[in-house]
Design a protein around this ligand. Structure first.
Ligand SMILES: [Zn+2]
Length: 248
């Protein structure tokens, strides 16, 4: 029954990764310095661009919820983006603490309250919006991928295909290497428990670890807002193609 619920749902949940520490900024990965353009941090990046993904999903006729654990950013520009995007701020008493899932009590992780909230929405797909980083200093790496749960393989594959048609090696330099798909079944690796608590509810879930903030070529591309919007648009298009092609 849970499987049918996910297949028939027209709701997509987008979770902005990490959280914003008051007065300090986003607590995700950052570019090493500003030499490639604007300095970027992944949580702040997605506060700015989640609305692009949301708009693509909504224009295709789906319901889209955007959430983030922690409070609304203290930065006024990001706070305005949050308001305009309609970000649901998920109460997390200690943002760095490990919590147990209310949906599947064997699943525990930092940030799992986001996955719980997503499942409360009875979604057809959940996408955790992140940017990757391999190093604290600049390093050209081309191993970007969508991490997914086993029931999310079709979602991740469709999103990767869309990235390859629109962005990878077509604007975003990646030395010919295509965007990958990595299936996570180990609850303790790479956000596995967010993915797996969704898997336990038969909900396709993906973490976008596609572009590297530690890669100067990727950072240079994403620091231009027109490119960042294109990138976000391709994420949305991939989600929509999946929702339309799902086998019911
Ligand atoms: Zn991240």
């Amino acid at each position: 029954m849970m499987r049918r619920q996910a297949l028939e749902s027209n709701t997509v949940v987008l979770d902005i990764g990490h959280y914003y520490a008051p007065g300090k900024g986003g607590q995700g990965a950052r570019t090493p310095d500003a030499s490639q353009g604007a300095q970027l941090e992944e949580c702040e990046f997605w506060y700015r661009y989640a609305h692009v993904v949301k708009q693509v999903v909504e224009q295709a006729g789906y319901h889209c919820v955007v959430c983030n654990r922690g409070d609304i950013p203290t930065d006024p520009t990001l706070a305005e983006y949050a308001r305009q995007t309609g970000v649901v701020q998920i109460k997390t008493p200690i943002p760095t603490a490990v919590y147990r899932s209310n949906h599947h009590s064997n699943r525990m992780a930092v940030g799992i309250l986001s996955a719980d909230y997503a499942l409360d929405c009875k979604p057809g797909a959940v996408v955790f919006l992140h940017l990757n980083s391999e190093s604290d200093s600049w390093l050209i790496s081309n191993k970007g991928a969508f991490y997914c749960n086993p029931v999310g393989i079709q979602l991740a594959t469709t999103m990767a295909d869309t990235m390859n048609r629109r962005i990878f090696n077509r604007g975003l330099p990646n030395h010919g290497v295509p965007c990958g798909v990595v299936v996570r079944t180990d609850g303790h690796k790479g956000g596995g428990d967010w993915l797996n608590t969704c898997n336990d509810s038969f909900v396709p879930a993906v973490i976008t670890e596609v572009a590297f903030l530690s890669n100067p070529e990727h950072a240079h591309y994403l620091s231009k807002s027109a490119n960042a919007s294109r990138f976000a648009h391709a994420i949305g298009e991939g989600i929509v193609r999946f929702m339309q092609q799902r086998k019911r």
